[in-house]
Design a protein around this ligand. Structure first.
Ligand code: KG4
Ligand code: ZN
Length: 510
């Protein structure tokens, strides 16, 4: 059975667990329960965290804790205590607990942190030294009853200028791309993607279990490549951002686990962000901001969504989405029935170049007046896919020669027509003069042409970020994370999980 460890803030309800560890770790000089209770309840001056083992069976147990006090009027903090049960020592948990305290001290404005350590505990001294603490004093016979000296150590916390742009590392694993991106504020430093697309090719679509396993294998190398490309070390990262949904649950879980491990290990804040809003956030990297209000059309193998964004961090609304297949999925499925390779989008684009888009009039899903009432901004592509399948079947049964190019062009025209019509309607209905495109289907040549034509006709400004920022990538996640950091948002707690159906209205999961 696997267990995972998390660090979370302690409350008075954890007193009994803490006291049992206190007695086990400090048999001769354990704190009295009443003193510990005072520490846990004085939340304005004290900050305690727990190391908790979370067993797959659903039970959890406290394995360690650490506490910090800060005089509200001063810039000095004291590490009050730290303990890890013997069975879990030597695994870096002490460092993770300390990092969490130091990060909190820094966030609360402390400039200096002090601690005392037993002179006969070289292991702890080494840990503190490696974190940058220096011995500044010795208190003779401080620890009673055994009369052991205390070494007083201190650490100067680097003062972070308030206006410095944060370096944020973003992790994306919602579908088949493992993406690691690094940004400094609104500037792109690295965008490395490892795709498992080839592994899915013979299945004609993404296989969730294969994608999840591929993420596990790709994460470390992708991370190292991104750090090298950005020219930064892990210690220079100010915050971690991760897409925790929507997407494939197992795939998301890999990215979320890795992000939490990095955040805890490095003692950095973590921001759980929405994958779809990340697509919109990608525009920050080209323009320094996302101009609002904007309509965003996100079209990929996994999603087809129309958003109204009035504020990137606070006001994202879902106008509509596909009620069956995603647009990219439709391309993939139709390519398959035409005998073309996966992924189908580029193949259909290529075949369609030679075809006549008006050769066959395929249905435009959810565009009839009766559908437009209830589903004005929703999409449906499964009827179109069936229509293409039926058309091909009839042609083959009749042993007619038919032009794959004409079918591809006519199918593509139907998809593009619906996508652009609904997106432009959304702009006009909401009086929003901007349209932003995102997702892998944006590579489609015809989509770009038709969007450009119709936007120009209606005075709508069309934004299409570079293709490497349109497909799923970590840079867009990092960019959205950096916007949250710069807006002074609190990091997410470590309790969040992967949420395959995360709504777009949740830009950041607390
Ligand atoms: O954003 P993306 O890389 O992420 C996933 O959904 O995984 O999108 C991939 C999707 C695939 O379904 C692919 O067929 C589609 O984008 N796609 C295209 C084109 N290039 C890629 N669809 C239409 N035309 C294209 N040229
Ligand atoms: Zn996506």
């Amino acid at each position: 059975m696997t267990a995972s460890f998390i660090i979370r803030p302690a409350t008075a309800a954890d007193l009994a667990d803490i006291m049992s560890i206190e007695h086990e770790c400090f048999p001769t000089d354990a704190w009295a329960e009443a003193s510990m209770r005072d520490e846990l309840t004085a939340t304005h001056t004290h900050y305690y965290v727990l190391l908790v083992r979370d067993n797959a069976s659903g039970t959890d147990s406290v394995q360690g804790y650490a506490g910090l006090s800060k005089l509200t009027s001063s810039e000095q903090s004291d590490v009050q205590t730290i303990a890890v049960l013997p069975g879990n020592r030597g695994k870096g948990f002490g460092r993770a607990l300390m990092n969490q305290l130091l990060q909190t001290a820094s966030q609360q404005g402390a400039k200096q942190v002090f601690l005392e350590v037993r002179a006969d505990n070289p292991t702890a001294q080494k840990l503190y030294e490696s974190l940058g603490f220096k011995v500044i004093d010795i208190r003779r016979g401080y620890y009673q009853p055994d009369g052991v000296d205390a070494l007083v150590m201190s650490l100067d916390l680097p003062s972070v200028p308030a206006n410095r742009e944060p370096i944020v590392l973003g992790i994306e694993s919602s579908c088949d791309e493992t993406g690691i991106g690094i940004v400094r504020g609104g500037t792109l430093l690295a965008n490395v993607i490892s795709s498992s697309m080839d592994l899915h090719a013979r299945f004609g679509g993404v296989v969730p279990e294969i994608a999840a396993r591929a993420h596990l294998e790709a994460l470390q190398p992708t991370l190292h490549k991104a750090l090298a490309e950005a020219g930064v070390s892990l210690n220079e990262i100010d915050a971690i951002a991760v897409a925790n949904g929507p997407g494939l649950a197992g795939a998301l879980m890999v990215g979320v686990g890795a992000a939490k491990a990095l955040a805890v290990g490095l003692g950095k804040p973590i921001y759980a962000v929405n994958h779809l809003v990340g697509h919109v956030g990608a525009d920050v990297l080209e323009r320094g901001e996302v101009e609002v209000p904007t309509i965003a059309l996100l079209v990929s193998g996994g999603h087809t969504s129309l958003l109204l964004v009035r504020d990137l961090l606070d006001d994202v609304q879902l106008l509509g989405e596909t009620i069956d297949d995603a647009a990219g999925e439709a391309f993939d499925k139709v390519a398959r029935l035409l005998g073309l390779q996966y992924p189908g989008g580029p193949e259909i684009d290529r075949a369609a170049a030679e075809g006549n888009p008006k050769a066959i009039r395929f249905p435009r899903g959810l565009t009839l007046p009766k559908d437009m009432e209830k589903h004005r901004y929703d999409f449906s592509f499964s009827g179109l896919k069936t229509a293409v399948a039926r058309w091909v079947e009839v042609a083959r049964d009749g042993e007619e020669e038919f032009s794959v190019a004409d079918v591809a062009a006519s199918f593509r025209e139907a998809v593009v027509d619906v996508l652009v019509t609904k997106a432009v309607n959304a702009c006009l209905d909401h009086n929003v003069p901007r349209l932003l495109l995102g997702g892998g289907v944006v590579a489609n040549k015809r989509l770009r042409e038709v969007a450009a034509e119709r936007c120009a006709k209606h005075g709508i400004e069309l934004r299409i970020p570079a293709f490497s920022l349109c497909t799923d990538n970590g840079a867009m996640i990092a960019a959205l994370g950096a916007q949250l950091v710069m807006a002074g948002r609190e990091p997410s707690g470590l309790g969040f999980g992967a949420d395959s159906t995360l709504p777009v209205t949740t830009v950041q999961t607390a």
